[in-house]
Design a protein around this ligand. Structure first.
Ligand code: SGN
Ligand code: CA
Length: 509
């Protein structure tokens, strides 16, 4: 063949490879921190507005039964990356774990197959990200105001402004500069809405005219539930007036707080003028007992939801960016939180439990051409499934040792049956005094085994007791269902090779 013909062949090969690359969908996964489904209008809360997240749900799907395998930050992100339970990926808890970045992840598989991959924002896995084309992350939990970021060369830069806006800016900068001949997968990791629920100055006070109804079980007495009785995560006792609710007794006290003392003079002026007026009003009321607890609850709701407003607005910005750059049609967008959160249910804030509010997580997804707009999915899906699902969509072979399953077949064919039961395992035994626990949830029942801090079982009939208030374990009439659930639980423990849980089950009478 003459040289010119060779060039022609090479040219057409390159063109078709590029066309293939462009046909593969782009993926944006937005992971927030501690954002509750109870705080999203698409999930039915009429007192609040989250138009950005709602838009994804309306143009795609809302998942009503999305769950996590271990309801806490680092562990959830490790599960998302690896498609494996904590016992397999090694990141069991935020206290002692360090992510082993040499292990495989869906990101590594995508990068290998020609994707541009990036993680920007909260990471919280202790070691540096591996296998990405690009990353820029918050150190640890990160901070809301004028946050530091760690770059790929290990340098640290302080960026002025509000974390949620900055993370979106950085994400868009990366999208602007990426190699457009390749498909991309971008993970945007938000700090919001993590404790201490510090809103952007622009959003302070936006919910102050709303009085939020107390959840029916706000004054839970934890009767029949031993582990719940010893927790330290209640609005009444654990939530701090200064640190959490910004009711500082003096400027000196505020100056000692690491979230506040890094504010610029103009940020601080807005902060002071907003919170000092609330503090003066509180002092004039002389509240105590339940009246004070209910005041704390209202303040918690208002701060949390105002913090979420920026999260939602910036999710809207991501969608606008895709529109503006003609990327909407070929980009999958998934929004989820690293776990659910308590908005006063059981009297709590925080997460960790296998109870629904923290075990479940909000998740919405847009996938033009595949997902019918307005889809509501009620299959049991888990954060464990994200890695295989994304690989499935990208046409990349799912590694055999990933423990999750792609949920695309469930979305493409409504007759396809999903998993019948889910396994959960939470390990941490420190802050907030929540007992380590594992268990199983089926369509109707939940069986939980607590260990280490508390040794106990709990059984709930979710058809009759959605709020998980009555522990039926050991009650007459429940022997058969308990035995059956234990058998199913043991089978899942075996399937996921959870040796610790297996030992505990073996020691059972
Ligand atoms: C911090 C918070 C806790 C929270 C954990 C885990 N305390 O330690 O309230 O449960 O993070 O959150 S704080 O005083 O530092 O705010 S997670 O998102 O990392 O799982
Ligand atoms: Ca979290």
């Amino acid at each position: 063949m003459r040289l010119r013909n060779w060039i022609g062949v090479l040219f057409s090969l390159t063109v078709s490879a590029t066309a293939f690359a462009q046909k593969r969908p782009n993926v944006i996964i937005i992971v927030s921190d501690d954002h509750a489904y109870q705080a999203i209008s698409a999930y039915g809360n009429k007192l609040i507005k989250t138009p950005g997240i709602d838009r994804i749900a309306h143009e795609g799907a809302r998942f009503d039964r999305a769950y996590v395998t271990n309801s806490i930050c680092g562990p959830s992100r490790a599960v998302i990356l690896t498609g494996k339970y904590s016992n397999k990926n090694g990141f069991t808890d935020n206290e002692h774990s360090r992510f082993d970045g040499s292990q495989n992840s869906f990101i590594k598989e995508l990068t290998k197959s020609g994707y541009q991959t990036a993680w920007i924002g909260k990471w919280h896995l202790e070691t540096k990200p591996q296998g990405f084309t690009f990353w820029e992350i918050l150190p640890g939990q990160g901070l809301y105001y004028n946050p530091d970021f760690i770059q790929m060369d290990s340098s640290k830069t302080r960026i002025p402004g509000y974390a949620t806006n900055i993370i979106e800016d950085l994400a868009e900068n990366w999208l602007d500069q990426r190699d457009t001949s390749k498909p991309f997968c971008l993970v945007i990791g938000h700090k919001a809405t993590h404790r201490v629920w510090l809103p952007d100055t622009a959003d302070m006070g936006m919910y102050d005219n709303i009085k939020f109804p107390l959840p029916a079980n706000f004054y839970d007495d934890y009767n029949t539930r031993k582990a719940a009785a010893v927790q330290d995560m209640s609005i009444a006792k654990t939530m701090i007036m200064g640190y959490d609710l910004k009711m500082f007794d003096s400027d000196q006290a505020a100056n000692k707080d690491g979230n506040i003392n890094r504010m610029s003079p103009s940020q601080r002026a807005r902060f002071d003028s907003y919170y000092k007026a609330i503090h003066a009003d509180l002092n004039a009321q002389h509240l105590s007992g339940n009246a004070l607890t209910e005041w704390k609850y209202q303040r918690y709701m208002r701060d949390y939801l105002s913090t979420a407003a920026s999260l939602d607005r910036n999710i809207g910005r991501t969608l606008d960016y895709l529109d503006k750059h003609q990327l909407t049609e070929n980009t999958i967008v998934i929004y989820l939180s690293d776990q659910g959160f308590y908005m006063g249910e059981h009297g709590w804030f925080d997460k960790r439990w296998m109870y629904e509010e923290s075990f479940r997580t909000p998740m919405v997804m847009r996938y033009p051409g595949v997902l019918k707009p307005g889809t509501v999915n009620r299959d049991f899906v888990m954060n464990l499934d994200l890695a295989p699902t994304v690989l499935d969509a990208a046409g990349v072979k799912i590694p055999a040792d990933m423990q999750g399953e792609s949920f695309l077949p469930l979305l493409k064919n409504p007759k396809q049956k999903g998993r019948e039961a889910m396994f959960y395992h939470y390990y941490e035994n420190g802050e907030h005094s929540v007992s380590p626990q594992f268990g199983i949830r089926t369509q109707r029942y939940k069986l939980i085994r607590y260990y280490k801090r508390i040794s106990a079982w709990e059984l709930f009939d979710l058809d009759k007791d959605k709020s998980e208030m009555t522990n039926l374990y050991g009650k007459k009439g429940y022997e058969a269902i308990t035995a059956q659930l234990k058998k199913q639980l043991s089978a899942l423990i075996k399937k996921y090779e959870d040796v610790d849980a297996e030992e505990i089950m073996k020691a059972e009478p």
